[in-house]
Ligand binder design. Structure first.
Ligand SMILES: Cc1cc2nc3c(=O)[nH]c(=O)nc-3n(C[C@H](O)[C@H](O)[C@H](O)COP(=O)(O)OP(=O)(O)OC[C@H]3O[C@@H](n4cnc5c(N)ncnc54)[C@H](O)[C@@H]3O)c2cc1C
Length: 621
């Protein structure tokens, strides 16, 4: 059991900065500098507190946390929040850049989810099976189907979770590779990334999770048994020190901005520009490699078809999803615009000068707020007629007008005779007309560290690296040979949450909690009835429908009261169901009824447990 000492970061919720027992000391650099916390809350840290912290953490002591999350992007912040929601009190996020967000900030289109209430409201018929089928097809069946299934099964809960922590994913749209409207966006149709990062930042701050900005993780340390035990970091002053910990969540994102690494795995992409932020350099891949992690699909690197070749601005697929078409320099369509990214990118590379134009009308512009940012950036040409637009961009105006007329005919007939595009939202006949030059650019690295469905990082022999979890673009397997637009944001929320829960469970079962927390736990009351039950004593079984099939529970009644509820059989997702199991069963015992509140972000599992307990109690009346 580790012993706790003094906490350095003043904004951390309940945990204390602890003096190290030097579990990793033989492998660690021990010079410690004051941690710089980065949330708004940290800015409120007083000079007095900082001085005190410096005094209390002499240079020889390592810093310490239960869980260190490497990477303050979408997956990392989600994981940290979920870990704390599950009961962790000592979580730190490391972010090497000056701000959190990573590529997540840049994400535009949205988050794919099947079976949401928003789809139901629009009578969109979708299912986990169809989501899995589309994702596998889009990924050329290279995807790890188990991971894809877990992503799809938990996608509706992911939408609820984001909304419950203050986000806004309530509009459903069409995106490339999806059979039905599945991508969830903010209600004002603005880009998903800024909304998500703002929401996550606010929650991280609310929960008091310290974020150490401009602090780069250099190496993950392991003990003699191969268990993770710390992270070596370098802060913005160039100081190197170690944070001892029980678990690490690797959430460093992809390597789309590391051209050497991209070319190493896919030489054809030499010279391509990138849509990625500067921090997407594959650090997590390098750190995991040192620990003997296995990797999958490293050569699977996606280009996004519609990127401005001068400014590298990506035009979200939502523009095409909402109705835009693609034309070449001859003013002609050349592909089903809603095909997967690899297909559309390859088609563009066959056109004159390897570029094309995204073409749309006023109705498309009005349907998507993201378009305003492109117009504001001066990268869209506009005109009153197709002919004038053609003249402005150096394309035959008559050809452009003919293409639009033909397309309007297909749209009216509901059949695209040339390219079999299925979703044709608008006739593209409402002036003004708009054109934006595009070419493919490196966008997403599908390959990465191999994980199981609990996000544990695996070695080549299939064994886990104890204490190491990973989520988001640093991992491989979910997207296979081609990622569908909207699936990465689902990936980071679903697997970020699982990583947070799994790491917290690992810390709990490895005695990693700080002494204060353990004392608090020891003193806490077990769930006890707040009201008297009125049931026949005995043990009863009941079954309800959870997220992934039936959940069977055993309910024990003593002295008329429900005294325990145990999950006997279920197929719920590890890392998600535990929160529902704990929250719902405690609430049932406290209130002596099966009708309690569902646990946020695990609604289906919670409802399944309640239904099962209700069935069991029917026997006990
Ligand atoms: C322009 C653009 C638009 C996109 N649009 C969509 C979309 O609409 N829908 C969708 O599903 N997907 C979209 N994607 C993909 C999606 O945004 C990313 O795959 C996803 O956000 C990655 O999240 P992440 O948390 O894994 O990584 P990131 O968000 O990139 O976060 C990783 C963080 O780790 C930090 N880091 C890296 N190394 C270290 C280190 N050594 N120490 C400390 N910190 C480190 C990085 O600086 C970064 O902040 C888009 C991507 C781009 C580039």
């Amino acid at each position: 059991m580790r012993k706790s000492g003094k906490k350095l970061a003043s904004v951390m919720m309940a945990a204390a900065m602890v003096l190290s027992l030097a579990a990793c000391s033989s492998q660690s650099t021990t010079e410690t500098t004051p941690a710089e916390t980065a949330t708004e809350a940290s800015k409120e840290t007083t000079a007095e507190e900082t001085t005190e912290a410096e005094t209390e953490a002499p240079a020889e002591e390592n810093q310490q946390a239960d869980i260190v999350v490497i990477g303050g992007g979408g997956a990392g912040m989600t994981a940290a929040i979920q870990a704390v929601q599950d009961g962790a009190t000592d979580v730190i996020i490391l972010e090497k850049m000056a701000a959190t967000g990573g590529n997540t900030t840049r994400s535009t289109g949205g988050l794919n989810a099947a079976g949401t209430s928003y789809q139901e409201d629009e009578e969109i018929e979708d299912s986990v099976e169809l989501f899995v089928e589309d994702t596998m097809k889009g990924g050329k069946e290279l995807n790890d189907k188990e991971l894809v299934t877990v992503m799809a099964e938990n996608s509706a809960d992911a939408v609820d979770w984001v909304n419950e922590i203050g986000g806004d994913l309530s509009v459903v749209g069409m995106f490339g590779g999806a059979s039905v409207k599945r991508i969830h966006r903010p209600s004002d149709t603005s880009a998903v990334g800024p909304m998500l990062v703002k929401t996550l930042n606010a929650k991280v701050e609310e929960l008091g999770i310290p974020v150490l900005l401009e602090t780069k993780a250099e190496k993950i340390l392991t003990d003699a048994e191969g268990k993770v035990c710390g992270v070596t970091v370098t802060d913005k002053d160039g100081e190197t020190y170690t944070i001892d910990c029980t678990a690490v969540i690797l959430a460093t994102g992809g390597f789309g901005a590391n051209s050497d690494m991209v070319v190493e795995y896919k030489p054809d992409l030499a010279g391509f520009c990138t849509t990625n932020h500067g921090g997407a350099t594959g650090d997590g891949i390098a750190m995991a490699k040192e620990l003997g992690a296995a990797f999958v699909d490293m050569e699977q690197i996606q280009t996004h078809p519609t990127v401005n070749p001068d400014t590298q601005t990506m035009y979200t697929e939502g523009v095409r999803g909402n109705g835009a078409i693609l034309v070449n320099k001859e003013g002609k369509r050349f592909v089903n615009e809603l095909e997967t990214r690899d297909v559309v990118s390859a088609a563009i590379l066959e056109q004159t000068d390897e570029v094309c134009y995204l073409l749309f009308d006023q109705a498309v512009r009005e349907s998507l707020a993201a378009i305003e940012s492109y117009i504001k950036a001066g990268i869209v040409t506009e005109a009153d007629t197709p002919e004038e637009l053609g003249e402005a961009i150096g394309v035959d105006g008559a050809a452009l007008a003919e293409t639009l007329k033909t397309y309007a005919g297909y749209q009216a007939a509901g059949k695209d005779e040339e390219f079999a595009r299925e979703s044709m939202e608008l006739p593209l006949d409402k002036p003004k007309y708009y054109a934006a030059l595009c070419a493919p650019a490196i966008h997403h690295t599908m390959g990465g560290v191999k994980i199981n469905t609990a996000t544990e990082v695996l070695k080549e022999d299939g064994s886990v690296i104890p204490g190491l979890f990973a989520a988001g673009e640093v991992t491989g397997g979910v997207h296979g040979g081609n990622r569908l637009g909207g699936n990465a944001v689902t990936d980071i929320v679903v697997f970020g949450r699982i990583a947070g829960s799994s790491a917290e469970s690992y810390v709990t079962s490895n005695g990693g909690h700080t002494e204060q927390e353990i004392e608090a736990e020891a003193g806490s009351e077990a769930a006890a009835p707040a009201v008297q039950g009125d049931y026949k004593d005995g043990t009863y079984e009941g079954t309800g429908k959870g997220n992934n099939g039936d959940i069977t529970v055993e309910v024990t009644v003593e002295g008329g009261n429900i005294v325990s509820v145990t999950l006997k059989e279920h197929g719920e997702t590890p890392g998600i169901y535990e929160a529902a199991e704990k929250g719902v069963t405690e609430a049932i015992i406290t209130s002596q009824t099966a009708e309690v509140d569902a646990v946020s972000g695990a609604t289906n599992t919670s409802n399944g447990i309640m239904e099962a307990v209700g069935a069991a109690l029917a026997e006990a009346k």
